[in-house]
Design a binder for this molecule. Structure first.
Ligand SMILES: N[C@H](CCC[C@H](N)C(=O)O)C(=O)O
Length: 291
């Protein structure tokens, strides 16, 4: 089967975007992995599908697959590209779009300085991350807390203290002195695949510069380290605000660009993310038959 696709990126987090509003085709995990493959396919961190709204109070359905082929709840950088794609393809002329994700509805606002996404409320109950805290005591970190993950390496036992929260998808946030020297390649998979995260997790490495500016690297679940992670930026800022170290709005410097995150500090309030969304190229590709 040959399909049309659009290659997009938001702060360097890159996507294959598929218009499935008029097509009922669905892709297997193998076909998703093929599309995301940077040698044999198009290459992307995630594959995003634009589908018709499932109900009258929504504009579209927004379906997200990681490069490993797994469907996931949320993708913030992808949401901005979704809004740009829908406008550029003439699928809607609305400036504000309400789209359904696995994590629930989110609102996308097209503006002059990029796209702003209402990412919904942060979720602090570890069980809902999900994170199994059984037998663990949270440790105080500023005005909030972190959870100690034990790591045994070269016969030595060390503790990694991570903040745990959900933006619809799971996040662990580790405070570091310098993101450039943080051992992301080593600790990212350790945290991301830790047994206390039964659905795995995204692992953020957060360097605080001042109350309104941070640097962040994220080792993403199902994709590895990406140049930016939208939900990761939201989770890192929310953790920093709860710890009392950050004050909204916060500029998040990632390896792929800058994201602006705003959150009142109230658990009932949404997190808002603003950033770029760019179309790189369009194409058509022959998909391998699903085995
Ligand atoms: N890897 C994430 C999904 C994509 C998140 C990221 N690309 C973003 O912009 O939020 C997960 O498995 O939960």
């Amino acid at each position: 089967m040959e399909i049309a696709f659009t290659k997009m990126q938001g702060a360097g987090n890159d996507f294959v975007v598929l218009d499935q509003t008029a097509d009922s085709y669905r892709l297997s995990p193998e076909q998703i992995r093929f599309l995301a493959d940077r040698h044999f396919g198009v290459g992307a961190d995630q594959v995003l599908c634009v589908r018709p709204a499932p109900s009258a109070d929504l504009d579209f359905e927004y379906v997200i697959y990681n490069a490993d082929g797994g469907e996931v709840q949320q993708c913030g950088n992808g949401a901005r590209c979704f809004a740009r794609f829908v406008r550029d393809k003439g699928l809607s002329d609305k400036d504000s779009l309400r789209v359904q994700t696995l994590a629930g509805p989110i609102v996308l606002q097209l503006g002059a300085d990029g796209v702003t996404v209402d990412m919904g409320r942060p979720i602090f109950d570890p069980l809902q991350a999900p994170f199994t805290a059984t037998g663990l005591q949270p440790q105080p970190e500023g005005t909030w807390q972190t959870w100690p993950l034990t790591r045994e390496a070269t016969g030595q036992e060390t503790l990694l203290h991570v903040a745990v929260l959900s933006m619809g998808n799971p996040h662990a946030v580790l405070l570091v002195d310098d993101v450039d020297t943080a051992p992301v390649a080593e600790l990212g998979p350790f945290i991301g695949n830790h047994h206390r995260f039964p659905e795995r997790t995204n692992a953020g490495f957060l360097q605080i510069l001042d109350p309104h500016h941070v640097r962040l690297r994220v080792y993403e679940r199902g994709a590895g380290e990406t140049l930016a992670c939208g939900t990761g930026a939201c989770a890192a800022v929310v953790a920093g605000v709860r710890m009392g170290y950050l004050t909204s709005p916060v500029q998040v410097q990632t390896r792929g660009g800058e994201l602006s995150i705003a959150w009142s500090g109230l658990a009932a309030d949404s997190v808002f993310m603003t950033g770029p969304a760019t179309t790189v190229f369009e194409g058509r590709i022959q998909l391998p038959k699903t085995p």
